[in-house]
Design a protein around this ligand. Sequence first.
Ligand code: 13P
Ligand code: SF4
Length: 350
Amino acid sequence: MSKQVTINWSESVPSTDEIERSKPTISSAQQDQLIARIKHLLIEQNAVLVAHYYTDPILQQLADETGGCVSDSLEMARFGKASPANKIIVAGVRFMGETAKILSPEKSVYMPNLEATCSLDLGCAAEDFIPFCDAHPDHTVVVYANTSAKVKARADWVVTSGIATKVIEHLASEGKKILWAPDRHLGKYIQSITNADMLLWQASCIVHDEFRADALLTLKEKHPDAKVLVHPESPYTVVEMADVVGSTTQLISAVQNMPEKTFIVATDNRIFYKMQQSAPDKILIEAPTGGAGATCTMCAHCSWMAMNTLQGILEVLEQGSNEVTVAEEVRLKAFESTQRLLDFAASIKK
Ligand code: 13P
Ligand code: SF4
């Protein structure tokens, strides 16, 4: 049995094009001034910028240049907690800001845009999820990090794509039955690898959902030597065609470490910035989001990630706007399931 969720995305989500068009156009001199002012304020306020690989390369570069970090959702959480800064600015989506606050309550956490959410988070409302868990008390509840603090608070474990398979393998070895939420594709992928007994919530990532296996097959025929790299939020038919399935960090490592020259990449295309930086001689091709005549809304770039801007960061620093808050009773429960992830990650690293 699985839990269905139906959301009419076309009405509720602006397309990536709309988001990009709504941004103010500034000259490169104005952009340089903006960056210089942000750098100054970051130092003055003992603040650190933590950015996801899917954000604008300008923000990724700024995070790198100012001693912040650019990474996947697991490392973003770790870095924010370990950083000596007392102000964390999270350029990413809402659950990433909330995770930083859950782990670092003594720090102030801000986001360039609090409207930046995620279809997985939206597709797993706590009001629906909690009764579903209550109806299956014999299951260990494992949720993907792409969820609200309230959903994390109901979970036994929080996982990210980089470590999900290992956690489920561990729980399955203890004979546990798993209730997995919210990403159905990631759930199915993990189930196929681990053979675990898993009950799957049925939400999905609106960006990765658009990758198409038939169009990918056609592209592969044109580039027979290319290796296919796929984020596991993609449909299972696409995952099945992958040479490497992994988190954002794992896909960047694959480009860097595999001997092949050409890669077809099925994930948000802003990741190309880091891939190209770490392996400048490699050729990267975007995986197709539609077959002949098809259209896409996100077109391999997350609208919500696109809401993160330099202007938003400056607003945080100048006006203290967009602080992320999590109710303390929710935070305390969400801390347990999230800290379990960090402890597990540290234990398998040893
Ligand atoms: P990673 O944990 O691989 O960075 O993925 C986060 C995400 O939102 C992917 O769509
Ligand atoms: Fe959520 Fe998908 Fe955007 Fe990642 S890419 S933040 S999973 S909507």
